[in-house]
Design a protein around this ligand. Structure first.
Ligand code: HEM
Ligand SMILES: [Cu+2]
Length: 549
């Protein structure tokens, strides 16, 4: 039996600050999302002072970077405190706060530049589109701030190891360290791009930019970024969910193994975003595709583990037959219900990912709105719903309040509305992509071209989905504010699962970080060393900046 541990006030304040900023960013981004959907369906015309690409940039940056990164830092700090008797060390707290402020300054800088229409370069800020230097500096500060927070978590880990020599670290701490390790490695790519290429260029210190190199450095970071979002969701599924359903963590070793595989394999695969790009030898693309397909393995292991967890919990409660356990799951509990939908959505999302990663199939869907449909299922649903669901119990836990029956019911409604919205929006986006519809394009009929006209009904369905999503998003923001400031005072449990007693002993090697980091670096050198050296030695003609908006 674990005793009930409360996250103490200091750690709670830190964690809550991150989480509130996350949901404010999310709320603003949702408004932009709705407007985009309506514009593309030709249901509204944006006013001349509000550019489609401007709101698309705001939406992408606020959802993809601000909502996720702030939420993840806040959640991981809270969980690390939870497994250490509710406390963080003074050093961890301090780094947590410095990171928070640096990230916040970067966010404000970036958002203001976008609102001033000085940075409509989209979420990927591809050169040679050129934004104001403040946009890039803001982005760099978000990344640096998140590093500092990560160092705070490493400090917690070192402290734990010192006080518990020779023991395995608590699973939550281990998986948090894995997540932040991946993040520190992969962000080196985007940091190099922004610091050495984009900032000097946007300040006018150099005239042109090596576009191929800049995109390669971006994707060195861009795919692992996806795992940075996914790993905290997996932490919830592996470690938190079992407690909510009254079961046990299926296996300590499998959990650690899955996270180690992510650290090893998520970086050397970035070329799967550049399959259509000239200047990279197909041999290297092939290597990256092969590694990409192998990173589906931890997700398949996860699917197996989740069902095993459900089944064992159900059988422990007396379920019989092949699927009897299904009825024993706590469907009425929003903490579980949202999570289950999140996991369910990850099945089509992952299948779509395998399609994107396959060389030939990529040619069909590349740069179509299929891709947008895909990531609204992965990050936009599997991850986002998981984060919503965490907020239902985490926020009241941090503020000394309680989830009520009504919040529980509204939480379940939220997940249903979000799912309906995604069926329409993501479903239409996938269909449109197969019909050749482009992504990242303001509403247009291409002078009434028949093909483009045939897309409009699907855009309308997507906009209908967007309306559901917007409604669900506002409900979510309302729930967050209610749980933070208004819900009745009380005790809300921080559910942290225990490992099953009969699980096999964990191999020591799984906790040898120097070994895993070295393997990760070697894989990166193999996959990127030669291509990047080649791009620097034989650069394509330098590109001057353009302003397309
Ligand atoms: C209220 C819910 C949402 C709505 C209505 C919505 C709608 C949209 C639409 C219409 C687009 C533009 C498609 C295009 O022109 O290519 C888009 C792009 C995008 N969305 Fe969402 N979305 C929502 C939630 C989310 C969430 C939860 C995330 C991630 C956490 C997300 C991340 C993104 C990103 C990264 C882009 C791409 C930006 C770019 O192309 O630069 N969205 N969304
Ligand atoms: Cu990718």
């Amino acid at each position: 039996m674990t005793q009930e541990v409360r996250v103490d006030q200091k750690a709670a304040k830190l964690s809550l600050s991150y989480i509130l900023v996350a949901f404010i960013g999310f709320g603003i981004a949702a408004i932009a999302g709705l407007l985009q959907g309506l514009d593309r369906a030709q249901l509204i015309t944006l006013p001349t002072w509000l550019n489609y690409y401007q709101i698309l940039t705001a939406h992408g940056v606020l959802m993809g970077l601000v909502f996720t990164t702030f939420f993840i830092e806040g959640f991981l700090f809270s969980g690390i405190a939870r497994v250490q008797n509710g406390k963080l060390t003074p050093l961890g707290l301090k780094l947590g706060w410095v990171g928070f402020w640096v990230m916040l300054i970067g966010t404000v800088m970036g958002v203001i530049t976008v609102l001033m229409n000085d940075a409509s370069v989209l979420f990927t800020f591809y050169a040679p589109m050129k934004a104001s230097p403040f946009f890039y500096i803001g982005a760099a500060l978000i990344v640096v701030g998140s590093w500092i927070g990560g160092w705070g978590m490493f400090a917690e880990y070192r402290n734990w190891k010192r006080n518990n020599p020779g023991k395995f670290s608590p699973l939550f701490l281990f998986t948090a360290v894995a997540t932040m390790t991946l993040w520190q490695i992969c962000t080196l790519g985007v940091a190099a791009e922004v610091l050495f290429q984009l900032i000097p260029w946007s300040l006018g210190m150099v005239d042109t930019v090596n576009v191929l190199l800049s995109r390669t450095l971006l994707w060195f970071f861009g795919h692992p970024l996806v795992y940075f979002w996914l790993m905290p969701a997996y932490m919830t599924w592996y470690l938190i969910m079992p407690k909510i359903i009254g079961g046990k963590v299926f296996s300590d070793s499998i959990t650690r193994l899955v996270f180690v595989i992510f650290v090893l394999l998520s970086t050397p695969i970035g070329f799967h975003h550049q399959l259509m790009e000239p200047g990279i030898d197909p041999k290297w693309k092939f290597l990256h595709v092969a590694l990409t397909l192998s990173i589906a393995i931890p997700s398949l292991i996860t699917a197996f583990t989740m069902f095993a967890t459900f089944e064992l919990a159900g059988r422990a409660k007396g379920a019989t037959g092949l699927f009897g356990w299904f009825r024993k799951l706590p469907w009425k509990d929003a903490r579980f219900f949202s999570l289950f939908l999140a996991m369910l959505w990850f099945i089509p999302a992952g299948a779509g990912g395998i399609i994107n990663a396959s060389n030939q199939l990529n040619q069909v869907v590349h740069n179509t709105i299929w891709v947008t449909g895909h990531f609204h299922l992965t990050i936009g649903t599997a991850v986002a719903l998981t984060f919503f669901c965490v907020s239902y119990w985490l926020i009241p836990h941090l503020t000394g309040r309680k989830m009520t029956r009504t919040t529980n019911e509204l939480g379940r409604l939220q997940a249903v509305l979000w799912s309906i919205g995604m069926i329409f929006m993501s479903g239409s986006m996938h269909t449109l992509g197969l019909l050749g519809g482009p992504r990242r394009t303001a509403g247009t009929t291409y002078m009434n071209d028949p093909t483009a006209l045939s897309w409009i009904p699907f855009h309308k369905l997507a906009a209908l989905g967007g309306a559901f999503l917007f409604f669900a998003a506002m409900l979510q923001v309302g729930l967050v504010l209610y749980l933070a400031f208004k819900a009745p005072k009380g005790e809300q449990e921080y559910p942290m699962g225990d490992v099953a007693e009969d699980a096999a002993e964990t191999p020591r090697i799984l906790e040898r970080w120097p070994v895993w980091i070295s393997v990760a670096v070697i894989l990166i050198l193999v996959a990127y060393g030669y291509p990047i050296a080649d791009m620097i030695q034989n650069p394509p003609p330098g590109a001057p900046g353009v302003r397309t908006w």
